[in-house]
Design a protein around this ligand. Structure first.
Ligand code: FES
Ligand code: FE2
Length: 445
């Protein structure tokens, strides 16, 4: 017998947001449908604030770097006076990309196709054979286009194409106070330097990466080999407290506007986070160095400040502050994504501390991230090859009453699917909206 109401739903599937995104389950097409991906690039990535890069990545006058508002490529450039500008990497002539290098230092950009030249504020100043163009052309604004809004929060640069989007501060909402705590762990905003990174290309939908960033449930299973090895060789240590996570002191917090945090600090720093680290090259000589430079009474505090921040801080839709790393999600296609793992160093630290910070930051992406990446790609395969199995479950702790609503934060067990339910509510409201997206032509002041 045909279930007519279900058939009807399926006919309208790609736009029936309440059916596709239910409170405790998500339809598979949200991860596999090209049309949904295209709408996400407008409504989610261009329609709200997305993270571009950190100011330390373009530290010197005339430094620039490519960044992405979803699939829209922009150049983020610091001009001679130190002002940061963001403009589209789409030539106003025939549409070629103007800049073909990922980063560099330049006062101007010359489009390789017909040689049009733009300064590093996006202004067109050179057209070969200019006399062949008439008054109609001259009345058009041919400068490189700019996102409707650009703003920075303590060195983190964001942009949106939506002129009606609320301010960046309003968008961040209460995640800002957790960002402040993360920044504090790095010694303050002026201390943070992005020092390099790894780029992972994964054959999966970008949301499989974002789902996992707040998933405290998978750890003992996905990373079993790492935790067993750590336990057997070293008798416990970093992250082994996830083995019985619901009984741990850690919590998940659902924040405003789709942001969230998995807070590992109560267990990670309960005694000593430094002592819980897995073995790292140079660890013993670093302890000796800290004792010599900081003195025995301050040494432990310095060691504790060297390890990761103990937070998985998820800033919807594309910024993850995990440990001491700044991770960025760059969607490419419905089933294709780049993830950047950017290491940080502290400007105020000596080379020994920054080296040890780097050893800590290498630990997880290198030893653990492969487990996650394999699962993301296998989720994509399963969701694609089995359309008859329609639903992705997000109901963990949905019915146990353990997600507790406070004034502006929902607190849940660390294995709750609270993170996913929380961001999907925001995702759905954005997907239902009809933002008018704009690229501006005038200069930013
Ligand atoms: S497309 Fe850029 S100069 Fe022609
Ligand atoms: Fe993981």
């Amino acid at each position: 017998m045909t279930n007519t109401s279900s058939t009807k739903k399926k006919e309208n599937a790609s736009s029936d947001w309440d059916w596709l995104v239910q409170e405790d389950r998500i339809h598979r097409t949200v991860y596999t449908d090209d049309n949904i991906f295209v709408r996400e690039m407008d409504n989610v990535f261009a329609g709200t604030w997305v993270y571009l890069l950190h100011e330390s990545q373009i530290a010197q006058p005339n430094d620039y770097r490519l960044a992405w508002i979803g699939t829209r490529e922009v150049i983020v450039s610091r001009n001679e006076d130190g002002e940061i500008q963001v403009f589209s990497n789409r030539c106003t002539h025939r549409g070629a990309t103007v800049c073909r290098e990922r980063r560099g230092n330049a006062q101007s950009f010359t489009c390789p196709y017909h040689g049009w030249r733009f300064d590093n504020q996006g202004k067109l100043f050179g057209i070969p054979g200019k006399n062949a163009y008439g008054p109609a052309f001259k009345s058009r604004d041919m400068n490189l286009a700019r996102p409707a809004q650009v703003a920075s929060y303590k060195g983190f640069i964001f942009a949106t194409l939506n002129p009606d989007a609320p301010s960046l501060l309003a968008h961040l909402g209460n995640v800002a106070r957790y960002m402040d705590e993360w920044i504090e762990h790095q010694g303050g905003e002026d201390n943070i330097v992005i020092s390099g990174g790894q780029r992972y290309h994964l054959d999966c939908n970008w949301k499989l990466v974002y789902d996992n960033a707040g998933d405290g449930y998978h750890v003992p299973f996905s990373h079993q080999s790492l935790l067993v090895m750590t336990n057997e060789r070293y008798g416990g240590g970093d992250m082994t407290y996830f083995a019985d996570a619901d009984r741990s002191n850690m919590h998940a917090y659902g924040l405003e506007n789709g942001h969230s945090i998995i807070d590992q600090r109560p267990d990670m720093f309960a005694n000593s986070a430094w002592n819980q680290q897995r073995p790292q090259p140079g660890r013993e000589s670093y302890v000796e160095h800290v004792l010599n430079t900081a003195g025995s009474e301050n040494a432990q505090a310095v060691l504790e400040s060297t390890v990761g921040a103990g937070m998985n801080l998820n800033i919807f839709p594309n910024l993850l502050l995990i440990g001491n790393q700044v991770q960025v999600i760059q969607p490419l296609k419905v089933d294709s994504v780049n993830v950047y793992f950017n290491a940080t160093r502290r400007r105020d630290a000596d080379v020994e501390m920054n080296t040890m910070r780097l050893r800590t930051q290498e630990d997880f992406p290198i030893v653990g991230e492969m487990d996650d990446a394999a699962n993301f790609e296998e989720c994509q395969r399963g969701l694609t090859f089995s359309p008859e199995n329609e639903w992705v479950d997000m109901s963990r702790h949905y019915e146990t009453g353990k997600d507790v609503k406070g004034d502006d934060v929902v607190t849940g067990p660390v294995t709750s699917d609270l993170h996913q339910r929380n961001y999907y509510a925001k995702w759905k409201s954005l997907m239902k909206a009809n933002p008018s997206l704009k690229m501006r032509k005038e200069r930013l002041k």
